[in-house]
Design a protein around this ligand. Structure first.
Ligand code: AVJ
Length: 320
């Protein structure tokens, strides 16, 4: 009898796709939305009128840049987790540069493509800013930050990116940040706030279908990178928001009973009609929850900044 050879599952992406799509209920991680196409779709999302997060944080940074950068002080490395296109960060970079503050900028992102574009645009727009990019996931790169920093650290985590983590994971993440902080280091983070549930649903369920295309990009990637044969037309994007927990969840829902093959994983998948793949959470917060999360990680809030309607807040943390 011939033994069946196992498929070569040689990347974390493949491993996680295998795990998620053979689980019940099925799930995939939103960190795999981002390739060149996904980055572009996310930029389109940030430009949508419904997606209030980006513009609101942009306005908070613009309005409070004096106070924020004065709290940063002088002579530090400015790390940024999930830097993306750096549009908001450039407000701070420009202000620091204008005030002759001595710092270097070290953006980190899972997308090499995003980092290359960011480096180009910073060099062009802010030639005085020293920039060194680092590719990887948050957890991988935290270790790298620890080993490669000699100066005081300021860690930026904008865009409410923490919202992709459930509370226990967010605490774990904050604890890992705590572990690499020294006494005078700061963490500057954005947290999208609880608000009218309709505003939140609209932000994640635009009529133009950009968010749907973004969500489905994970299936496109599986098709291209693992020989999958997902038919995108057979899935619909669905968003729910629970105003009690503050959790927004995205799903891809199978509209029909169907079989899907992923060659590289030697996987034959069955979907019942209306079966779901959970793809993303976008957690919303209030002061109580942010205080609780930071306390769990031995951090304390030393300042906070918000827009007039409290749609969104940025907090500065220090070791407690
Ligand atoms: C980049 C994780 C902050 O959850 O709001 C936007 C991603 N997903 N629209 C978010 C996203 C759907 C975004 N984050």
């Amino acid at each position: 009898m011939q033994e069946k050879t196992k498929p070569l599952i040689n990347t974390t992406f493949k491993k996680e796709v295998y795990e998620g799509l053979t689980a019940f209920p099925k799930f995939l991680s939103s960190k795999y939305f981002y390739d060149e196409v996904g980055d572009k779709l996310f930029q389109d999302i940030m430009a949508m009128p419904e997606y209030y997060l980006t513009n609101t944080e942009f306005d908070i940074l613009s309005e409070h840049k004096d106070k924020i950068t004065s709290l940063f002080g002088n002579d530090f490395s400015l790390f940024e987790l999930g830097a993306g296109d750096g549009k908001k960060t450039k407000i701070l970079l420009e202000h620091l540069s204008k005030n002759n503050i001595d710092f270097d900028y070290r953006p980190i992102d899972i997308s090499q493509n995003a980092l290359e574009q960011l480096k180009k645009s910073v060099n062009a727009e802010l030639p005085n800013v020293v920039i060194n990019t680092l590719q990887g996931t948050y957890f991988e790169t935290l270790k790298n930050i620890d080993e490669n920093s000699t100066k005081r650290k300021i860690i930026l985590f904008l865009g409410s990116n923490i919202g992709n983590l459930l509370h226990p994971q967010a605490i774990d993440f904050l604890q890992k940040i705590h572990a690499i902080l020294d006494k005078e280091d700061l963490v500057f983070m954005g947290f999208d706030q609880k608000k009218n549930p309709q505003t939140i649903l609209d932000a994640y369920n635009d009529k133009t279908g950009i968010t749907e295309a973004f969500n489905k990009n994970i299936l496109t990637r599986i098709n291209a990178e693992m020989g999958g044969n997902f038919n995108l037309e057979n899935f619909t994007h669905w968003e729910v928001y629970d105003p009690e927990s503050g959790t927004a969840k995205s799903y891809l829902v199978s509209k029909v009973k169907q079989e899907v093959v992923i060659e590289a994983l030697e996987l034959q998948l069955h979907f019942d009609a209306w079966e779901t793949i959970h793809t993303e959470i976008s957690q919303k917060y209030d002061d109580k929850v942010v205080t609780w999360l930071s306390e769990q990680a031995n951090l304390k809030i030393i300042a906070q900044f918000a827009d007039n309607e409290n749609l969104y807040k940025n907090y500065i943390f220090k070791k407690a």
